[in-house]
Each structure stands twice: as C-alpha cells, then as structure tokens.
Design a protein around this ligand. Structure first.
Ligand code: PAF
Length: 280
C-alpha cells in the first residue's frame, strides 16, 4: 500500500496507472474507519483495478468549530485497517496541501437538494463537501467513486455535482452498514458515552416505525407520532425528521407507488450528532 501526502506525487503515480488503462475506484473518507468504510473499499476492489482511499477531515464542511475539533482521529489504526483491506493507495493531504493555503469553500447550487436536512441545520456544509470532493476528483480522476447511503443527501448532492459539472466519474451509493442492534455505523459512534450508545438504536427503531405507520396513516400523522416518541425520550434530542422523495428530496403530499421515498432522522445523543435514514 502506498501512502501519499502530496498531490503532485499522487498524480504522477496515478498517471502511470492510467496509461495502462486501469480502472480506478475512489473512496473519500474523513478517517476513523469502520466496517461501513471497509464495505465501500471491498466494493471498489471488486470493480476496479486500483482502489484509492483519502483520509482528510475537511474543515470547510463543519459549521461548528467544536464539532471539527472533536471529530475522531485514528490515523495509525486507519492505515493498518486499510492495509489489511487491500487498499492500494492512501491519500492523506494537509489542509494547506489540498486547499492551496486558502481554506475556503466554493458556493454551489444543487437545485434545492441542499435546502433541507443537513443543508438547513449545518450552514455551508454541502459547499464544503462539494468543494473537497471536486478537488479530489480533479486530482485522482477516478473511474468510480463510492459513497455510503447513510449520508443519502450527500450522495444525491455529489451525483448532482458530477452531472452539472460534467465530471467523468460514476458515483455509486452503497447501503447503510449497521451494528447488530441496528445503529448505523458512523465514525462518530466511538464518541458516544455508555448511556447514549445504549439509547442510539432507538433511531433505527423509529425509522422502522415510520415505515409501518405510513401504511396505516398520513405522512403528517406519522411524523407527529414519531416526534412525540422522541419528545418523551430521556437521552436523544431530535433535530429533524423528514420524509422525502429520493431524487428531489422534497416531501410529497402523499406517497405514490411509482416513486421511491426515504425517511431521515438527525438527533443529538449527548454531544454526538447522529444521522440515519431508511428506504420506504
Ligand atoms: O462522508 C464523508 O466522510 C465526507 O463528507 C467526505 C465525502 C469524505 C468529504 O469530506
């Protein structure tokens, strides 16, 4: 496994690989790797000659300095996991290296995909995500790039970024990976206290409840019911609950059988923010 800190060296190595007409799979991460990341890497390895993983905690996608400071960093462990997983190339740039000394995000418009949920509650978040992902795509020029469906809004926004800017890469969404008790795998889970960790599976249980309730009643009634359950919850603070059509991320008046929908939840469990979603 080769580890690069400088983009010029990475580009040199990748241009040699591309001359041999090899397919490159790319998995962008912010480190603190877990089995969800490893499943993206394993999918990339099956479908590409070379798999590149980036580890970079991107400052411009955090609207909250404390959240950025607290973000888990486990580089040595990540590198050893990546080696075992058979990753070929790891890119670990510094902020200065990747941002050219100007650590700021570009402003994007994603046709309304960014107006709700994470975009609404974390101001500028998707400008930061799109800025860094576009930079990575420019440097790496991957054939395929893999994103987890846990961050479903991010996945749709990256697809839009690629479509609007004609970036020649295929974006592949991979299913949410869960712990045995249903908690969606996330780098943030290691920061959960004991009480919060025990409470967290309630998020997935609520998503499943939404699915069940929607077969019995309206969207409004369903949302009110689940909001009520969270109001009574002693540990989890609901930030939002949202039902939307997958492509537009707009809430419908009622569900149509010809379209695909998802339910989304964000909560604060103590000081840790968790998000999850389920296909309806
Ligand atoms: O999903 C993440 O880990 C990040 O948002 C990403 C895509 C690596 C960009 O920093």
């Amino acid at each position: 496994m080769q580890v690069f800190e400088k983009r010029s060296a990475l580009k040199r190595c990748l241009s040699f690989i591309k001359e041999q007409n090899k397919q490159i799979g790319f998995v962008p991460t912010m480190g603190a790797l877990h089995n969800g990341h490893l499943s993206l890497i394993s999918t990339s390895k099956k479908n590409n000659h070379i798999t590149v993983v980036s580890i970079f905690v991107n400052p411009t996608q955090f609207d909250n300095k404390e959240d950025l400071k607290k973000y888990p960093k486990t580089l040595e462990h990540d590198l050893s996991l990546l080696k075992t997983a058979g990753c070929d190339i790891v890119f670990i740039p510094t902020a200065e290296e990747i941002y050219d000394h100007q650590v700021v995000a570009t402003s994007f418009s994603f046709n309304g995909l960014e107006d709700q949920m994470e975009g609404k509650f974390r101001k500028g978040h998707f400008d930061g995500v799109a800025t860094i992902v576009q930079k990575f795509f420019n440097i790496i020029s991957p054939t395929n790039s893999y994103f987890g469906e846990k961050d479903f809004q991010q996945l749709q926004i990256i697809k839009k970024l690629v479509q609007k800017n004609n970036i020649p890469v295929r974006i592949i969404g991979c299913p949410v990976f869960r712990e045995k008790d249903g908690l969606a795998m996330s780098s943030r889970n290691i920061k959960l206290g004991k009480k919060e960790r025990k409470a967290a599976p309630f998020i997935y249980q609520s998503l499943k409840k939404i699915n069940q309730k929607l077969s019995e009643t309206t969207i409004e009634e369903t949302l009110l019911f689940v909001e009520g359950q969270f109001e009574k919850h002693p540990i989890l603070n609901l930030e939002y609950i949202f039902i939307a059509e997958e492509k537009t991320l707009q809430t419908p008046k009622k569900l149509e059988t010809s379209k695909k929908y998802r339910a989304f939840i964000a909560v604060n469990a103590g000081t840790v923010r968790l998000i999850d979603n389920i296909s309806l």
